[in-house]
Design a protein around this ligand. Structure first.
Ligand SMILES: *[C@@H]1O[C@H](CO)[C@@H](O)[C@H](O)[C@H]1NC(C)=O
Ligand SMILES: CC(=O)N[C@H]1CO[C@H](CO)[C@@H](O)[C@@H]1O
Length: 532
């Protein structure tokens, strides 16, 4: 147990260091940083902004609404509030308007019936935003790495190309954390994104710009990616829907950084949106041929499903306690399912969940089936030229001279220590296998597991440094390879989004998506910020 013990001490030390840096960050925020005259973004007044992607596409197809009016409404909204949230970091308004006019022209000339149009272009004319880490022609995909800021994509990532083919119109690209490895979206190219429900709070990461952009009604559908919660955490903190699909369904091609080694199985590209009814159609488009692995055409009868719930991970020393607000919200869901659907929701205690963080790290540092090692983080930061020297970067950072963010430097410093090398930590591989077996047997092809999306609601900026391991609430399901939909559950007394993870067995994404629609109907789904 000796090595494990030292790792434990090191992890606690890391938390202590993070705590100090977090305190300094708080102090800096108290005296400096941007100030806004309001706490939240302004509420939406334009009704076109309050329709789902699916509804917008329908109205456009029926020629009841002009595509240019929809795109213009979104551009106006972005111009109105994006400076507060800094969600979209590069616009393509002129190109988008041209594409919108082209859609209107096409529809004026096209005589095909509605059903044919829907089949050909399910998202015809629908505004879209894309996480910066993905290639979108004419835009950078630097992942916030300063050395890559000027490289412009000449092609589209596969999912972006598929959504464009389906008729969607990209408005711009959205912020993320440096190299997509942290749950506060901030970097040295684009600065920091702010939560529309409270601008002093985080948007989550790494698809955080996407989360706050959708929540602030600056976009209606978006593309994110998730290797440890990067879709679900921002969806949770910003009160929207985010789906991490079963692994190997949606192509990851065309994003930076690309996962290597075993990480390839954990990186999942997926849809983020404000309205649950957009999830399945987006997934159909984004998956391409991979959709055959899922059963999205199966009719789901919620009454026939088996439901399970667990209110926290069982007490890991690394993670925060789950907020009472979140436990209460989960209990309301349980009670609602029991009374309205007449199902019984079984409380479970999966003992090994408390090793979530250790399992995630073990799995992330494993070799791939092809024997390839994951790329080292110091190499990624050094952009494959020279690996960065983490200690030197830390000194530079203290002097305000580093081009990297403090979470990246911290991760680089700890990389070797955290590497739960396979031999030494075989134990965790066994734990993972046993937990995987327990959960997949429990869920089968008709089970749903309800689990917190995160231990706390959106914290203030910098606070994640003091709680670096909380992401394991989402990361565990990457390690286990299960599909998960994060569903919003209204706001707490401070006006901050609540939510829950809805998990199913492998390739049963259709179940979590059906539950997401049900929860939206029952609990109201997305709530417009600024109304509170
Ligand atoms: C954009 O992503 C592609 C595909 O992963 C990658 O080859 C390229 O280097 C990335 N561009 C930049 C500027 O990072
Ligand atoms: C707040 C902030 O730093 N915003 C920046 C986002 O990125 C754009 C494009 O690089 C900059 O112009 C903004 O200043």
């Amino acid at each position: 147990m000796a090595p494990l013990f030292t790792v434990r001490i090191q992890l606690l030390l890391l938390q202590a260091v993070g705590f100090l840096i977090g305190l300094v960050g708080q102090a800096v925020r108290a005296f400096g940083g941007p100030r806004f005259s309001s706490r939240t973004t302004r509420p939406v007044t334009e009704p076109l902004l309050l329709l789902s992607g699916v509804q917008l596409a329908k109205l456009i197809r029926q020629r009841k609404v002009k595509c240019i009016d929809v795109v213009q409404a979104y551009i106006n909204r972005i111009k109105d509030v994006n400076s507060m949230i800094n969600g979209i970091v590069m616009y393509r308004f002129e190109a988008a308007k041209k594409e919108a006019h082209a859609v209107d022209k096409k529809l004026a000339e096209n005589q095909e019936d509605e059903a044919t149009l829907e089949k050909k272009w399910p998202f015809l004319g629908v505004p879209l935003t894309v996480k910066e880490a993905f290639q979108l022609k004419g835009m950078p995909n630097s992942s916030g790495l300063v050395s890559r800021r000027n490289a412009i994509s000449k092609t589209d990532a596969t999912v972006v190309a598929l959504l464009k083919e389906a008729g969607a119109i990209p408005l711009g690209i959205t912020n993320c954390s440096e190299l997509c490895m942290w749950y506060e979206s901030s970097n040295k190219i684009y600065g920091r994104s702010n939560n529309p429900y409270d601008l002093q709070r985080i948007v989550g990461g790494s698809s955080g710009g996407e989360g706050c952009t959708l929540a602030a009604a600056c976009s209606v559908i978006g593309v994110g990616s998730d290797i440890g919660g990067s879709i679900r955490m921002p969806a949770f903190f910003n009160g929207i829907f985010g789906h991490k699909p079963s692994p190997g369904v949606v192509p990851n091609k065309g994003q930076f950084p690309m996962a290597m080694g075993a990480q390839e199985q954990f990186q999942c590209t997926g849809p983020m949106c404000r309205y649950a009814e957009d999830l399945a159609p987006m997934l159909r488009v984004m998956a391409g041929p991979g959709i055959k692995k899922l059963k999205l055409n199966d009719k789901v009868n919620l009454k026939d499903l088996k439901f399970y719930w667990m209110e926290h991970d069982g007490g890991s020393y690394l993670m925060s306690k789950v907020d009472q607000d979140l436990i209460l919200a989960q209990k309301k869901v349980v009670a609602h399912l029991e009374t309205m659907l007449g199902v019984s929701v079984q409380h479970v205690k999966l003992k090994q969940m408390k090793y979530s963080f250790q399992l995630w790290v073990t799995m992330m540092s494993a070799k791939g089936h092809d024997g390839k090692e994951p790329v080292k983080f110091v190499d990624l930061l050094g952009d494959h030229g020279k690996p960065i020297k983490p200690l030197w970067e830390l000194i530079k950072w203290c002097l305000g001279l580093s081009v990297h963010t403090i979470p990246s430097i911290g991760l680089a410093l700890l990389e070797e220590k955290l590497k739960y090398n396979y031999e030494k930590y075989r134990k965790f591989k066994a734990v993972e296998e046993s937990l995987h077996k327990e959960l997949t047997e429990m869920l089968g092809d008709d089970g749903i597991f309800l689990y917190p999306s995160h231990p706390t609601v959106a914290p203030k900026h910098h606070v994640p440094l003091t709680r670096p391991f909380n992401f394991a609430y989402t990361g565990i399901f990457n390690a286990l390879g299960l599909p998960v939909t994060q569903c919003p559950l209204g706001l707490n007394a401070k006006g901050l989004p609540l939510g829950i993870q809805v998990v199913a067995g492998p390739f049963n994404d259709h179940l979590t998506l059906a539950v997401a629609q049900y929860l939206e109907k029952s609990f109201g789904g997305w709530v417009c910020p600024g109304k509170f």
